[in-house]
Structures are given as structure tokens and as C-alpha cells.
Design a protein around this ligand. Structure first.
Ligand SMILES: *[C@@H]1O[C@H](CO)[C@@H](O)[C@H](O)[C@H]1NC(C)=O
Ligand SMILES: *[C@@H]1O[C@H](CO)[C@@H](O)[C@H](O)[C@H]1NC(C)=O
Ligand SMILES: *[C@@H]1O[C@H](CO)[C@@H](O)[C@H](O)[C@H]1NC(C)=O
Ligand SMILES: *[C@@H]1O[C@H](CO)[C@@H](O)[C@H](O)[C@H]1NC(C)=O
Ligand SMILES: CC(=O)N[C@H]1CO[C@H](CO)[C@@H](O)[C@@H]1O
Length: 409
């Protein structure tokens, strides 16, 4: 009886803590006069708890572009739950460009497009929240968004952040078009602060396309920052973005993540093995896992790729260290990174045009030469016991193998 009561009180305590978290964290940190504003925001971005691991969910852009509407979002929310994606951690449903009217209302507020979002954003957020999911929205650190069909938030940061909070928005992607030539370093912090003051925990996803090396400064502005231009649904775009993003690996960690853009898996422009590589590298690189296909109609192959819970576990590992490319010879690559509990994630990737044997020796991936490991193949779901010195595999062109290595002693 006493134990049950204590357990209940404990749960209650956690619930209270979670609810009280937002404004009080910010106020408490602001009250500490020994910290610079920059440091306060940096601490807040960790303590708000939103970016302890990379965000997971879905975004409308890669598949729907501007042709998105509230029925699509509701049906996608239903599919997220019925397909089991929600249970695997895909929680954000993110609107991208084109959700608003071109003109603000007489009080200067952004207005949902009356034709495509006739019920409004509050109703949509309620629907999504009732499914146990979260709703993301989109704006731009400029005068208009990239489609030029809706206003940007430059100069309206506080008002728009309050509007988003009042609707129950959980995530903001903030784009970089129509920016009047002003540096991102001046345009992004005002929205960061506006979100913190909004009274609601809102994940801040910065999208300045890697212009001013955001990895070096954005950790005190947002919970994630794009490191590159937009991804396209083809092998060349995906691999070149993976490489550009890789340069900034050492800057990522709990609270702030490099973002090489949303997933294209399931959109049809790459082969199954190319999509498997795409998903594996994004997971290892601790990238946001934002599915970009129409999940209401995804095929079985897509489903198999994006629901691999062992690969997702690498992405969501609590250590939060971005894996990186550790070897590259003639398009045969090894990517690796540490995980919690002394484990190691490794990808052998054949980027060449014919099949090949790819080898990772222990010294190349940071293991002691005498280490003995169990090697879990995350795509075959099989384990090789007592592997020594190196791991290797024959791999088809553009395919990869992904392992978690666990030292046996
Ligand atoms: C204020 O911040 C400093 C630096 O992070 C920390 O050492 C100190 O304990 C904080 N003070 C209070 C009262 O939280
Ligand atoms: C949303 O788009 C779909 C497909 O284009 C269409 O069938 C549906 O009626 C639209 N719903 C709204 C609210 O615009
Ligand atoms: C996809 O998977 C479902 C359920 O496992 C199965 O019934 C269906 O036949 C599969 N479709 C194809 C095209 O393989
Ligand atoms: C690699 O290519 C050779 C020759 O074409 C073939 O015999 C072998 O089965 C291929 N291996 C794989 C893993 O595809
Ligand atoms: C470009 C490249 O490295 N291609 C290699 C792919 O794998 C085959 C088989 O091992 C090699 O012969 C190619 O040189």
C-alpha cells in the first residue's frame, strides 16, 4: 500500500516537473546573472529536454510540397499510429511551406489558408495531440517563405511565436528565403528567444542551409540546424549531403543536432539498397529522422526500412555522439561512432559502381587491436560471435552493412 502510494506520488511528481518545465526553466536560467544570454539559451536548449536525442517524425515537404492540406495531415496522423511508426518514436507531424494565407489579418497575425486548412491549426493540433503525436509548423526568417505564398516571420518573431504556442504547436522549422541579405546570426536568435518566451516547449529547427557554418554557433540558438541545401531524391544528392554534413560531426550532441535534411526513403528516386544506405547513414549521423514519403500509402519495402528498430536505436542512443566517416578508399567507406555501454556502431558502405569487399580494422574504428566483439548485423538481424581484428563483408554497389559491435570483455 505504502509502496503504491509512493509510486503514485513519484509519477505525479514527474508529471508536475514535466509540465512546469518550460517557462520556469527559462526564468530560472535567466535569473542567474553569472551566465551570458548565450549561455542561458544554450542551457535552456538542453534543459528543455526536446533535443536530448534527434527528433523523429514526418514532414509534408518531400512528397507533397505545397499540395498539403488538413485532410492529408489527419490521415497521416492516423497512419502514423496504425502502422506502428508512432510506437517506434516517430512523433512529430511537421507542416512545411504553404500552410498560411499570403496576408496577415488586421491584427498582424498569420492566418491558416482558408481553403486547405479550413478548420484552423488549433483543431489540427488537438487532433494530432489526441493521437499522442506532436504538430510542427513552418515559417521563415525573412519577409516571405520560399514559396512566396505566405509571410515570413522576420520582424514578427514574438507575435508569431505566441500564435504558434496558442495553437499548441510543438516544433518550428525556420527557413531562410527573402532574407534582405541580413546574416542568419542576426535573424535566427530573435525567433529562438521568442519561442522560449512563448510559454510552450517548441523544438526550434533552424534551416539556414549551412550558409554560415551554423554548427559552430547554433548550439545556443536552436535544437537543430541544417548543414546543407535541400536534399533531392537521388543518389548524388544524398551522398553529397551526407559528406557535407559529416564535416560538422564533432559539434552535434544532446540539445543540438546537425540536420542533413529530411528523408527521401519511399519517394521512388533511389533503389532499395540506396535508401537502406540513406537511412543507415542518417541514423548513424544522429540526423533528425523525418520521413518524407506518403506514409498513408507506403509500400512494404519502405515500411521495412523505416521501422528497423535496431537502426533507430543507434540514432536514439543516449550518448548522442554523431558517427562519422573514418575511412574512404576508392568509394569504399567505413563510417563509425561510439554508443552508450561501450558499444560501437559501424557502417561498411560501397559507394562504387560494382560490388566489393569493404573492411574495417579495429584500429580504424577506434577499438583496441586485441578486442573481441559480438557483431550484430542490424539489417540481417543476426549476430556473429567473437569477432577479432576486423569486420568485413562483400557488399553490392551502393549498398551497406550496419553493425553494432559489443566488446565481449
Ligand atoms: C549560475 O550559473 C553558474 C554557471 O553555470 C553555476 O555555476 C551556478 O551554480 C548557477 N547559480 C545558480 C544559483 O543556479
Ligand atoms: C486535400 O487534398 C486531397 C488530395 O488532393 C483532396 O482529396 C482533399 O479533398 C483535400 N482536402 C482539403 C481539406 O483540401
Ligand atoms: C505487404 O505486406 C502485407 C502484410 O505483411 C502483405 O499482406 C502484402 O501482401 C504485402 N504486399 C506486397 C506487395 O508484398
Ligand atoms: C559480386 O559480383 C560477383 C561477380 O559478378 C558475383 O559472383 C557475386 O555474387 C557478387 N556478390 C554480391 C554480394 O553481390
Ligand atoms: C570505384 C571502386 O572502388 N570500385 C571497386 C568496387 O569493388 C570492385 C570489386 O572489389 C573493385 O574491383 C572496384 O575497383
Amino acid at each position: 500500500m505504502a509502496i503504491r502510494l509512493m509510486a503514485m506520488m513519484f509519477v505525479l511528481h514527474i508529471i508536475l516537473l514535466l509540465n512546469a518545465n518550460v517557462p520556469s526553466t527559462y526564468a530560472r536560467l535567466l535569473g542567474n546573472k553569472t551566465m551570458s544570454k548565450e549561455k542561458v539559451i544554450r542551457r535552456y536548449l538542453v534543459e528543455n529536454g526536446l533535443g536530448l536525442t534527434p527528433p523523429m517524425g514526418w514532414s509534408s515537404w518531400n512528397h507533397f510540397g505545397c499540395d498539403v492540406n488538413e485532410s492529408i495531415v489527419r490521415e497521416t496522423a492516423d497512419a502514423m499510429v496504425s502502422s506502428g511508426l508512432a510506437n517506434l518514436g516517430y512523433h512529430y507531424l511537421n507542416l512545411d511551406d504553404c500552410w498560411a494565407e499570403l496576408n496577415r489579418d488586421s491584427e498582424g497575425n498569420m492566418v491558416p489558408n482558408t481553403a486547405t486548412f479550413p478548420s484552423g491549426m488549433k483543431a489540427l493540433a488537438d487532433y494530432v495531440h489526441n493521437k499522442g503525436l506532436k504538430l510542427g509548423i513552418y515559417s521563415d526568417a525573412g519577409t516571405l517563405t520560399c514559396s512566396k505564398r505566405m509571410p515570413g516571420s522576420l520582424g514578427h518573431e514574438e507575435q508569431d511565436a505566441k500564435t504558434f504556442a496558442s495553437w499548441g504547436i510543438d516544433y518550428l522549422k525556420y527557413d531562410n528565403c527573402e532574407n534582405n541579405g541580413i546574416s542568419p546570426k542576426e535573424r535566427y536568435p530573435p525567433m529562438s528567444e521568442a519561442l522560449m518566451k512563448s510559454g510552450r516547449s517548441i523544438f526550434f529547427s533552424m534551416c539556414e542551409w549551412g550558409w554560415e557554418d551554423p554548427a559552430t554557433w547554433a548550439k545556443s540558438v536552436g535544437n537543430s540546424w541544417r548543414t546543407t541545401g535541400d536534399i533531392e531524391d537521388n543518389w548524388n544528392s544524398m551522398t553529397s549531403i551526407a559528406d557535407s554534413n559529416n564535416k560538422w560531426a564533432s559539434y552535434a550532441g544532446p540539445g543540438g543536432w546537425n540536420d542533413p535534411d529530411m528523408l527521401e526513403v519511399g519517394n521512388g528516386g533511389m533503389t532499395t539498397e540506396e535508401y537502406r544506405s540513406h537511412f543507415s547513414i542518417w541514423a548513424l549521423a544522429k540526423a533528425p529522422l523525418l520521413v518524407g514519403c506518403d506514409i498513408r500509402a507506403m509500400d512494404n519495402t519502405t515500411y521495412e526500412l523505416i521501422t528497423n528498430s535496431e537502426v533507430i536505436a543507434v540514432n536514439q542512443d543516449k550518448l548522442g555522439v554523431q558517427g562519422k566517416k573514418v575511412k574512404s578508399t576508392n568509394d569504399l567507406e567505413v563510417w563509425a561512432g561510439p554508443l552508450s555501454e561501450n558499444k560501437l556502431a559501424v557502417i561498411l558502405w560501397n559507394r562504387s559502381s560494382s560490388n566489393a569487399t569493404v573492411i574495417a580494422s579495429w584500429s580504424e574504428i577506434g577499438l583496441e587491436p586485441e578486442a573481441i566483439v559480438d557483431a550484430r548485423d542490424l539489417w540481417e538481424h543476426s549476430t556473429q560471435l567473437f569477432v577479432s581484428k576486423e569486420i568485413s563483408a562483400e557488399i553490392d554497389s551502393h549498398a551497406c552493412k550496419m553493425y553494432v559491435l559489443t566488446p565481449t570483455s
